[in-house]
Ligand binder design. Structure first.
Ligand SMILES: Cc1ncc(COP(=O)(O)OP(=O)(O)O)c(N)n1
Ligand SMILES: Cc1nc(C(=O)O)sc1CCOP(=O)(O)O
Ligand SMILES: [Mg+2]
Length: 213
């Protein structure tokens, strides 16, 4: 059955920061128990294709008894192989119409945008949500676009025609003005992955998101 899409606190996993596949599963377990509402498997370089599949399967199994959807970054075949709930693609990945054709109507599809030109080209009828960023400088993505700042994010949010998460450099010290732009949620990597007390930082982020709305 299709899960609900709640973007409030969206965890984007990093196998290096989490300490491998087991670390990602442990991080996800603690984060979901403490409020994370969506999870994405993402790896820039550290997983081979078999490990992508194994990590996807383990996460799918963990999340299958929860209301939290699993997204796979970039790799449509892995998403289909593990029956993930959705796929997240960016401007340099497979085109959205192709991804939609491959995954069908029932899976979620997220698309990254970093500027107004990209926003103006979004096929709104094909995507379920946008990832808008980076809002702030980030060390978790190589070759990230220039940071938008809160004002730049606000400009894009004002023109969006579907739900959106803000992403890039967001943590408990800067999330309030981000949430107040009207995004449906925030996506984080390093604010959760690799933190010593995953439960505590997740609870703190959720409390701050609720307080800022
Ligand atoms: C929720 C969310 N938003 C944006 C991104 C970035 O996607 P992309 O631009 O394709 O870059 P990579 O993540 O593939 O390096 C994301 N992954 N998730
Ligand atoms: C995966 C990703 N995408 C971005 C974008 O702007 O599209 S920024 C980013 C990394 C976010 O990591 P952190 O929360 O550690 O800054
Ligand atoms: Mg991508």
């Amino acid at each position: 059955m299709k899960k609900q899409l709640d973007l409030s606190l969206y965890l984007v996993l990093d196998p290096v920061l989490c300490g491998g596949i087991e670390g990602m599963v442990r991080t996800t377990d603690l984060a979901v128990k403490n409020g994370v509402t969506a999870v994405q498997l993402r790896s820039e370089h550290s997983l081979n294709r078999k490990q992508w599949y194994e990590a996807g399967l383990a996460l799918k199994q963990l999340l299958s008894s929860t209301s939290v959807p699993l997204f796979i970054n970039d790799q449509v075949d892995v998403a289909l192989a593990v029956d993930a709930d959705g796929v997240h693609v960016g401007q340099s990945d497979l085109p959205v119409d192709v991804v939609r054709r491959l995954i069908g109507a029932d899976k979620f599809l997220g698309l990254s945008v970093s500027n107004l030109a990209e926003l103006n080209n979004v096929p709104w009828n094909l995507v379920d949500y946008l990832g808008i960023g980076p809002v702030f400088p980030t060390t978790s993505k190589t070759n990230a676009a220039p940071a938008l700042g809160v004002a730049g994010l606000q400009t894009l949010v004002a023109q969006k025609c579907c739900p959106a998460v803000a992403i890039g450099g967001i943590n408990s010290s800067n999330l309030a003005p981000v949430v107040q732009t009207g995004v449906e949620g925030v996506a984080v990597v390093s604010a959760i992955c690799g933190q010593v007390d995953i439960a505590q930082v997740t609870k703190q982020l959720m409390t701050q998101i609720s307080g800022a709305k």
